[in-house]
Design a protein around this ligand. Structure first.
Ligand code: ADP
Length: 370
């Protein structure tokens, strides 16, 4: 009798535990559903065979498909096979099983109902649940705006180039005239004006370069040249304008490279001007040259403000600017390193940096040599 009572007590206990668990499960499910409904981006939950378990309202709204045609259907067969995108297939079938997730994959696809769309796809495999979460962000509009912005920069900088070039020419004519007349003050003022025009030309040049990079129109001209001579030439040129810093070159590569001389020179100019600009309290900049097996490496070291670790990864992005030195007077667009990294990438080279806040930075690049 005592035994029976304790058994039925156990069963009641189990029953209430079970009801509790079901309640928790229901709550978790409701919670998950609430999250799905709230997410503004289209979102799919797939099983490992790539069948849709659920889709959120944003998915139905964006891609104009119905729930009854979606749930239980293979992702590729959705809405007249409009999701049968080769890149997506590769990602879901080849990449995801190995890597468990993929991030920010850009795909352009023409959908019958809604036309051409650029999408950013993010997916994650949840192992213990055998589920795949696929988030789809429609970035068509953002891309269009970016193109418009790039077109605007391209047209504006192109239009600016001609008048600035002729202002520079007139400045030089005037300077010669005042020199003849022996008007030293006017000559000095015109030289200051010329220096400012050079800065303007530099900015316009950078803007033109990025628009060409974006549209793939940047033309490179490769030639054989002596790497150490180019470095020396650039160092001399920058030293002329740097009044507070002594630039020294350590080492030699003794190599010839086959590259775009002018553009590799631009990368060096960018490294050096940054090294000077971002080390206002230091007195030296060191250029390290070395050669490896069929490669040359340059490192431009400064003893300036340095760059925070979190910002270092972003430093080569377009328009990115990290910390500013105090009392800055130079124009700064955050374009120089972006252009430099594109130039080095075009040469199949590598660019990287080492930096410590308050201690200084060294920017490196390595390209192939003979
Ligand atoms: P800009 O100097 O015109 O802003 P860059 O692309 O050349 O553009 O540099 C991007 C940002 O990286 C700069 O704004 C600056 O914050 C940081 N940076 C570049 N070089 C250095 C350096 N040598 N030391 C410290 N910060 C630097």
């Amino acid at each position: 009798m005592k035994n029976m009572i304790s058994k039925s007590k156990n069963i009641t206990q189990l029953e209430s535990q079970l009801i509790g668990s079901i309640d928790e499960l229901k709550k978790a499910l409701e919670h998950a559903q609430d999250i799905m409904e709230t997410i503004r981006e289209p979102f799919l939950v797939l099983d490992t065979k790539l069948r849709v378990i659920t889709a959120n309202p944003a998915f139905y709204n964006t891609f104009k498909v119905l729930k009854k045609d979606t749930e239980g259907t293979l992702v590729y067969q959705l809405g007249n096979r409009q999701w049968d995108i080769p890149e997506l297939r590769k990602l879901l079938e080849k990449i995801l099983p190995k890597h468990t997730y993929f991030k920010d994959f850009e795909a352009i696809h023409i959908f019958p109902a809604i036309g051409s769309k650029t999408m950013l796809l993010n997916a994650r495999k949840i192992h213990h649940k055998n589920l795949i979460l696929l988030a789809i962000e429609d970035i068509t509009q953002r891309k269009e705006l970016e193109t418009q912005k790039d077109d605007f920069i391209a047209v504006a900088s192109h239009e600016l180039k001609t008048p600035v070039t002729s202002i520079k020419a007139y400045t030089q004519i005037l300077k010669r005239r005042f020199e003849k007349r022996g008007d030293a003050t006017a000559v000095q003022n015109l030289m200051k004006m010329d220096a400012q025009i050079n800065k303007l030309t530099d900015i316009i040049g950078k803007l033109l370069d990025i628009t060409k990079i974006e549209s793939g129109k940047l033309v490179f001209k490769k030639e054989f040249f002596d790497f150490d001579s180019l470095t020396e030439e650039i160092v001399k040129e920058i030293q002329l304008t740097a009044t507070n810093h002594k630039i020294t070159v350590k080492g030699k590569t003794k190599r010839r490279v086959f590259a775009d001389r002018m553009r590799i020179g631009l990368v060096l100019v960018n490294f050096l001007t940054n090294a000077i600009r971002y080390s206002p309290r230091a007195a030296k900049v060191i250029v390290h040259l070395s050669a490896g097996k069929k490669t040359v490496t340059v490192g431009v070291q400064d003893f300036g403000i340095g760059i925070e670790k979190t910002k270092q990864a972003k430093i080569f992005q377009r328009f990115f600017r990290a910390a500013r030195p105090e009392k800055e007077v130079h124009p700064s667009l955050g374009l120089g390193l972006y252009i430099a990294s594109e130039i080095i990438e075009w040469h199949n080279g590598k660019m990287w940096l080492k930096s410590k806040v308050g201690k200084g930075s060294t920017f490196y690049f390595r390209i192939q040599s003979e």
